[in-house]
Design a protein around this ligand. Structure first.
Ligand code: SAH
Ligand code: SF4
Length: 413
């Protein structure tokens, strides 16, 4: 299935990613990591080191368990895998995770990790992305990135101002969950193997949202493969119903997302009129509100038990009037929906302000009276710039010249 490419995305809005970075495949280092690989990709790695075809499936299952259920970091811990194969694996591959170059912990418990991905070429120092963990009483949500940066330029979003853009590979996406489980101690205990389950099967990461950097539907093949890894019942075991993919409205890919991943859908709506949405979410010029809502009505598996979440960022004096609220509920009539009001998270240089609390409450009340649950998303991790739309990697904060130096490996020289 063809998915929209970065080239397509680049036509919608500027800036265009540098050609060298557009979807560049990861250049395999001497010993590539197998972390984040799908079952078929792992099988290929085994065949490549001489594991016979008839044995490969069984070996994949064994190794899968160690990688994704136990979270081991050394091939020698695979006690039911023979020594010879363990040595063969260690000689050809690693269990390296993306490098955590910074960790910040907010006063509210939110954690943000800056992750450096493997290099994509000789001039790349390894792209950096952010991944955020948000603990709540009844759940723990991991917000993952699907691209480095974003080619779309929503006017209220910090990520959209980042220049470096490339698709993440499926392994890089799935590895974000592995890193989170490592850092949180969220793999079954490695000490006592027999009792290696967390109490009540309780895990710290229970939900995934694709609400970090990037537009997931411009990278659907890799997002879908990563979801296969994350939701595999013998590994990372995240239920597909607890995985939500958020899109700014890439209409032609929406039904494919539902069919291929069976996950929950979130739509970044943010405006109820095309003229305003064109400004806030420029992709609307290509896929206007009426087309977007029709694609929502057609979303596979849509029902009252599987509602679509409509995200609506509250921008002072821009989209937050009573009339906007009434039009919102009118537009969504007939679509099983939840409406998620997001207080705008400001970032340096933005022209927008967050609506007042009274305004948000009034807006929420109109939506609620029309029969929609309308939780206001509590801003989390504001002190560490981890809230929605504030994800932006350190690389981008460097001047162009400093970046060039780093990319050429001359930093600090
Ligand atoms: N690109 C996808 C997913 C990542 S953005 C999308 O746009 O849906 C995740 C959510 O954060 C989106 O709803 C986005 O509109 C919202 N967001 C972006 N910047 C924000 C900001 N500064 N304050 C609040 N929400 C923001
Ligand atoms: Fe990209 Fe989403 Fe930000 Fe828009 S809101 S620029 S689609 S990450």
């Amino acid at each position: 299935m063809a998915t929209a490419s970065l080239d397509n995305a680049a036509r919608v809005s500027e800036p265009v990613p540098p050609p060298a970075l557009q979807g560049a495949p990861a250049v395999e280092s001497a010993r590539p990591s197998v972390i984040g690989l799908t079952r078929p990709a792992l099988k290929d790695k085994l065949l490549a080191i001489g594991v016979p075809e008839k044995e490969a499936r069984m070996r994949v299952s064994q190794i899968w368990h160690w990688l994704y259920h136990r979270g081991i970091q050394d091939f020698d811990e695979m006690t039911n895998v023979g020594k010879v194969l363990r040595r063969g694996l260690a000689e050809a591959y690693t269990l390296d995770r993306p490098e955590v170059t910074a960790e910040q912990i907010s006063v509210d418990g939110t954690r943000k990790w800056l992750l450096r991905m493997p290099k994509t070429g000789p001039h790349d120092r390894g792209a950096e992305i952010e991944c955020v963990y948000i603990p709540d009483d009844d759940r723990g949500t991991l917000c993952v990135s699907s691209q480095v940066g974003c080619t779309l330029t929503c006017s209220f979003c910090h990520t959209g101002t980042q220049r470096l853009v490339r698709n993440l590979t499926s392994a890089e996406i799935a590895a974000q969950l592995v890193v989170a489980r490592d850092r949180l101690g969220d793999f079954p205990t490695l000490g006592d193997r027999e009792s290696a389950v967390l109490p009540d099967g309780g895990r710290l990461v229970t939900n995934i949202v694709f609400m970090g950097m990037g537009e997931p539907l411009y990278n659907l093949d890799n997002v879908a493969a990563a979801i296969d890894v994350m939701s595999d019942g013998e590994g990372l075991t995240l239920s597909r119903r607890r995985i939500t993919v958020s899109t700014s409205g890439v209409v032609p890919e929406m039904s494919a997302l539902g069919e291929r991943t069976n996950t929950m859908l979130a739509i970044s709506l943010h405006a109820v009129r095309d003229d305003l949405r064109n400004e806030l979410v420029p992709l609307n010029k290509r896929y206007p509100i009426a087309d977007l809502l029709q694609a929502c009505r057609d979303y596979p598996g849509l029902s009252n038990a599987r509602r679509i979440t409509f995200e609506y960022v509250m921008l002072k004096g821009v989209n937050d009037s009573d009339a906007d609220a009434r039009e919102l509920v009118r537009l969504l009539r007939g679509i099983p929906a939840k409406i998620n009001l997001i207080p705008f998270n400001p970032w340096p240089g933005t022209k927008y302000e967050c609506s007042s609390w009274e305004r948000i409450e009034r807006f929420s009340e109109i939506v609620f009276r029309a029969g929609y649950a309308s939780p206001v998303r509590t801003p989390r991790g504001r002190d560490i710039l981890a809230a929605c739309g504030q994800l932006k990697s350190e690389t981008e904060k460097l001047s162009a010249r400093a970046r060039l130096m780093l990319e050429e490996g001359r930093a600090g020289a």
